[in-house]
Design a protein around this ligand. Structure first.
Ligand code: SF4
Length: 367
C-alpha cells in the first residue's frame, strides 16, 4: 500500500482505496469527531471487509453501547444495551452472531438463540460484576432465604440466571422487584449481584432488598468530587448518572437512569452540555445522534469491553472463533428467568430513578 497504512485481511493487505472510501463515507460522517483521518485509513478497509464478510456468512454483529465508535457505527447491525441486543439476535435471520461486548452478553444471546452460532472476538472479555457471583453462590443464598424470590441483573452468567426466578435490567429493576414481591407474597426480594443498583432500587420502593456485594469496576470508580469538579468547570452542564454508580453519585446528578434512559433524556431535552457518568464510549456514540450537545468527561473505560476491536471482529468472522456455548439444561432454566422479565409489560417511564422522591435512609441487607 502506497502510504504504508495496510492492515492484514485473510487474502492479503486491506487497502484504503477510493472504493472503500466511498463505501464508508456515511460511517466516517458519524465517527469523524472521534477518529483521526490517519486512523480512518486503517479502520475503513477493515470496516468494509467486515461488512462484506457479514453478507458472505449471513452473520450479524451486536454492538453494545460501550463499544468504540468505529465498531458501534461501523459494523454494528444492532446496537444498544445487552438485553436489547440479545432480543434482536433472537429475531434476526442471521445464522452467525458476533457479540461485540462481553462474555455474559454472548451467553445471554446463546440462551435466547440456541440454534445460532454465537461468537465472541476475545474470550477474555469478562466483567467484574458478572464474575462476582456463581450459580453455586445463588443456590446457597436460596437455602438461607427460603421463599424469598431471587431477582438477578442481566449482567450475570447463564449459570447464575439458571438459579434465578426472574431477571431485570437497570431499566426495569424497580418494576421487577415489586412484581416479584407481589407474586411471591413477600415483603422482601433478593436483588443480585450489583450492590449499588440494589441500594438505588431500595430507595425507590417499599420492598426490602437483600443485596450481594458485587460491583461494576467502571461505575464504582466515580466519586461525588468528580461531579463537583465537573460542575465547577462547566457550570451549565447537566449531569446524568447510571444506577450502577454509588448512591452519592446519583444524589449529585441531575438525572439517573439506564443507558437507554440517558439516550432518551439527551434526545428529548437536547441540553447544551452534558456529563454522562458511565462508560466512556457511550458519550461518543450518543453524540452522533445529538450533534448540538457537547459531551464532557469524566471518562472511565471498561477494560473488558475495550478488548473488542475491529481486528478481532474481523478474525472472528474469518475463522468463526470463539464460539460461546451454554449447557442446554442451564440454558433452558436461564431462558425462563429472562423470558419472565420479557413477558412483563414494559415500564411506563423507562429506567428513571427519581432522585427527588428517593428516600435517603433505607436499610439494605448485604449478604
Ligand atoms: S462496564 Fe461494568 S458491568 Fe459493563 S462489562 Fe464493564 S465491568 Fe461489567
Amino acid at each position: 500500500m502506497a502510504d504504508g497504512f495496510a492492515v492484514q485481511g485473510k487474502d492479503g493487505p486491506l487497502e484504503f482505496t477510493a472504493e472503500v472510501e466511498a463505501a464508508t463515507a456515511g460511517i466516517w460522517d458519524k465517527v469523524k469527531h472521534h477518529v483521526t483521518p490517519m486512523e480512518w485509513r486503517v479502520q475503513a478497509p477493515l470496516i468494509a471487509e467486515i461488512n462484506r464478510l457479514k453478507r458472505e456468512k449471513n452473520a450479524a454483529i451486536l454492538a453494545h453501547n460501550y463499544m468504540t465508535p468505529d465498531i458501534f457505527h461501523g459494523v454494528g447491525d444492532f446496537v444498544g444495551d445487552s438485553l436489547a441486543l440479545a432480543r434482536e439476535a433472537a429475531k434476526s435471520d442471521a445464522t452467525i452472531i458476533v457479540q461485540a461486548g462481553v462474555h455474559f452478553m454472548a451467553e445471554t444471546s446463546k440462551v435466547l438463540s440456541p440454534d445460532k452460532k454465537i461468537l465472541i472476538p476475545d474470550l477474555k472479555a469478562g466483567c467484574s460484576l458478572a464474575s462476582s457471583i456463581t450459580g453455586a453462590d445463588v443456590a446457597l443464598i436460596k437455602q438461607r432465604y427460603p421463599g424469598v424470590p431471587v431477582v438477578t441483573y442481566v449482567n450475570t452468567t447463564a449459570d447464575v440466571k439458571a438459579q434465578t426466578d426472574i431477571c431485570c435490567t437497570s431499566a426495569n429493576a424497580v418494576q421487577v422487584v415489586e412484581w416479584a414481591a407481589k407474586e411471591w407474597g413477600t415483603d422482601k426480594v433478593i436483588l443480585i449481584p450489583d450492590e449499588f443498583l440494589a441500594r438505588n432500587v431500595a430507595r425507590q420502593t417499599d420492598v426490602k432488598i437483600i443485596a450481594w456485594a458485587g460491583h461494576c469496576e467502571v461505575h464504582k470508580r466515580f466519586t461525588a468530587s468528580d461531579i463537583a469538579d465537573m460542575r465547577a468547570a462547566w457550570p451549565g452542564a447537566e449531569v446524568l448518572a447510571h444506577p450502577e454508580c454509588p448512591a452519592e453519585i446519583l444524589e449529585a446528578a441531575d438525572f439517573a437512569g439506564s443507558t437507554a434512559a440517558m439516550n432518551d433524556y439527551v434526545a428529548a431535552r437536547k441540553p447544551a452540555q452534558v456529563v454522562l457518568i458511565t462508560e466512556c464510549s457511550m458519550a461518543s456514540n450518543v453524540q452522533a445522534e445529538s450533534p448540538a450537545t457537547q459531551f464532557i468527561g469524566p471518562c472511565n473505560m471498561c477494560p473488558h469491553m475495550k478488548r473488542i476491536t475491529l481486528q478481532n471482529i474481523h478474525d472472528a468472522l474469518v475463522f468463526e472463533q470463539f464460539e460461546v456455548t451454554v449447557d442446554p439444561e442451564i440454558a433452558d432454566r436461564a431462558r425462563l428467568a429472562v423470558q419472565r422479565m420479557i413477558d412483563l409489560p414494559p415500564p411506563v417511564v423507562p429506567a428513571r430513578y427519581d432522585l427527588v422522591k428517593a428516600r435517603h435512609h433505607v436499610d439494605v441487607e448485604l449478604i
